[in-house]
Design a protein around this ligand. Sequence first.
Ligand code: ADP
Length: 450
Amino acid sequence: TLRLAAQRREVEQLLAPLRLSHADLERVQVLMRREMELGLGRESNANSSVRMLPTYVCSTPDGTERGEFLALDLGGTNFRVLVVRVAQDGIHMASEIYVIPTTVMQGTGEALFDHIIECIMDFQLKQNLMDQILPLGFTFSFPCQQLGLDKAVLLSWTKGFSASGCVGQDVVHLLREAAQRKQHLGLKVVAVVNDTVGTMMSCGYEDPKCEIGLIVGTGTNACYMEEMENVGTVEGEQGRMCINMEWGAFGDNGCLDDFFTNFDRLVDEKTINMGKQRFEKLISGMYLGEIVRHVLLALVEKQVLFRGKPCPKLQTRDIFQTKFLSTIETDGLALQKVRAILQDLDLQASFEDSILVQEVCQTVSLRAAQLCAAGLAAVVEKMRENRGLARLSVTVGVDGTLYKMHPHFSQNLQKMLRDLAPNCTVTLLQSEDGSGKGAALVAAVAWREA
Ligand code: ADP
């Protein structure tokens, strides 16, 4: 038992930096709020890590939107073309997934946009929409400086895209040029939408209180409705505008350095964007498995896991997938299942090993949910203050596989949010196909208001 107690101390010491206190999370909330204010400010936001990009989306759906729209979804897991009919009895859609070969993703901008137009033409042909001119909403999930609803300058490629000649260009213009090259004259692009905005809009169609969008998938990001008078980067003082926070980059200016652990630094060092998207790297699906892997390696090193036996396979990057966290943390799971997952990695786990791996997963995913809650708490509290309310009741539209599939992420998020923003009643609503539906709804709202 003396040895067990010593082992326990080792484990606790190793995991301690990953456990955030209430005070820690309050500090993250305060920091996020400060970065938001900085990003919104008139002074070119040199020192803010949160970009706070205007979207030119000035209202959420009211349920009276009608019409038929085309939508493009680029920047998620798949490239898709959709037709969306917004009718009295709800939203109907049909879609097709198209492959973008890596050579096209990383070739020239012309080839990329030509390819997109070809896909649209193929889709229209298949759906018998060739001679109709439908308004098109473009979900383009890359950071953009938006200059209008249909004008978005690409700031940087992410997620494996690197097509040349696009950064610094208006992507709608690139799309229209490609349409002309391809003699596709019936294309009417009316809106460019970020996936967070699409998520907010699609949930907003179901619930008028939905004024926040959140993604927790490969990456993480959020948007919300801000008062125009607070948006220093756009003319005009009336009404509200949706702000794409690009909150994945929170902390890139060093303001979160106290919260990064050695495990986080090891993960960051091996990414293609080292030092960037620091908040995202604590929270999203692309990284949680890697963080766990590094913790497990450290526990082996300390001889408190797998009897300290070296685990060559555990040295392989990305071998511990984030979906394993979801399985391992499932309530009432037979420990045999944990063992089976580890067995696949050539790890012979004892009963105690399985329990410890479970604890590591819980610690890493809990921290992710709590950090996400701290970010959201800053958003809802700002909205409440903006509106001069004692209490705010608001809905968040949420999308992303990690959020949807993890057994405890949403409860942990909700619980921490109640603690950090006690004056707000926040409902989390899962979005179904937000990026497709959302782009059509932005087009529809623009249409309604035109
Ligand atoms: P995107 O954000 O690109 O649209 P998704 O929302 O599909 O993509 O999220 C993909 C991410 O979800 C991947 O990083 C993957 O690790 C993670 N993921 C996949 N399955 C699960 C699961 N069962 N539990 C938790 N995370 C998962």
